[in-house]
Ligand binder design. Structure first.
Ligand code: ATP
Length: 248
């Protein structure tokens, strides 16, 4: 029952054994340059997280892929794409494995407080216009354990669902949902924001926002219409952009 229902996303698909980074390759490639193209690699030698951190994933057990978007999205839309990417992962895990998924702003996907997937958006621009936007997705699928030191403990579907699952089925479920949510984002961004909020357990709680130059402490009030985090500190209300922060 593997079925890709999309019109655009993943219709152009490349499978690689090993690459440095699926995001980098897709951003650079001249041959593989269509809106909606998906590049999947069994292994990344330099898988990336935000701020030059590493995404570490066993070869052949998980999903690491990137989606190319080429529709000149304005900055605000990119925030929404960031949120809907993690929402698509959450809904896929709920639909297929009935997992209880929590979303951590801006786009971490947690199960039982452990990180099961990460997302990294990167882009190239010409002047003020975004030329290519890539959505990099790493989902821990069938990896049995995660040796090493992590700030947030990783987990996998195999560990949480207690069974090895089909990566193909998960990939197509994700791509179907991703395309659907991307379409929804145009007409009904509120739907995305509400579905995202529903899964965010940190709203209303005291949080720490760690930025390069400062750390802010306050209450995570809400996400606004553009997907920014609204933080209420002792003396003011701050709008936090996802690019340069860690949330604790
Ligand atoms: P954080 O969640 O720590 O605030 P982030 O949202 O910036 O960080 P990402 O950019 O999504 O995180 O991913 C990078 C982080 O994920 C790194 O700190 C790394 O320790 C952790 N990590 C790397 N590989 C995995 C993995 N397979 N599963 C879970 N976490 C991982």
């Amino acid at each position: 029952d593997i079925k890709l229902d999309t019109e655009i996303i993943g219709r152009n698909f490349v499978y690689c054994d090993e690459v440095e980074s699926t995001n980098d390759l897709l951003l650079k490639s001249k041959d593989f340059n269509q809106h909606g193209a998906v590049l999947l690699a069994e292994y990344q030698t330099h898988g990336k997280g935000r701020k030059n951190r590493e995404w570490i994933s066993n070869s052949g057990q998980n999903l690491t892929f990137s989606i190319l978007l080429k529709q000149n999205y304005p900055e605000k839309k990119i925030n929404l794409i960031n949120l809907l990417s993690s929402l698509a992962v959450a809904q896929a895990l709920e639909n297929l494995y009935q997992l209880n998924v929590e979303l951590k702003w801006p786009n971490d996907v947690l199960v039982n407080k452990k990180k099961i997937a990460g997302i990294l958006l990167e882009s190239t621009s010409k002047g003020k216009k975004i030329e290519k936007l890539v959505v990099g997705v790493g989902i821990n699928v069938n990896q049995p354990n995660f040796p090493g030191k992590f700030e947030i403990q990783p987990t996998s579907i195999r560990k949480e669902f207690k069974s090895i699952v089909s990566r193909e089925r998960l990939l197509s479920e994700f791509l179907n949902l991703f395309e659907y949510l991307l379409d929804t984002a145009l007409e009904k961004p509120d739907k995305i924001l509400n579905d995202w909020r529903e899964r965010c357990k940190m709203i209303g709680e005291k949080v720490k926002i760690i930025q390069d130059k400062q750390t802010l402490i306050g209450v995570f009030d809400d996400i606004d219409d553009d997907g920014y985090l609204i933080l209420k500190t002792a003396d003011k209300v701050e709008k936090i952009h996802y690019g340069d922060v860690s949330l604790r």
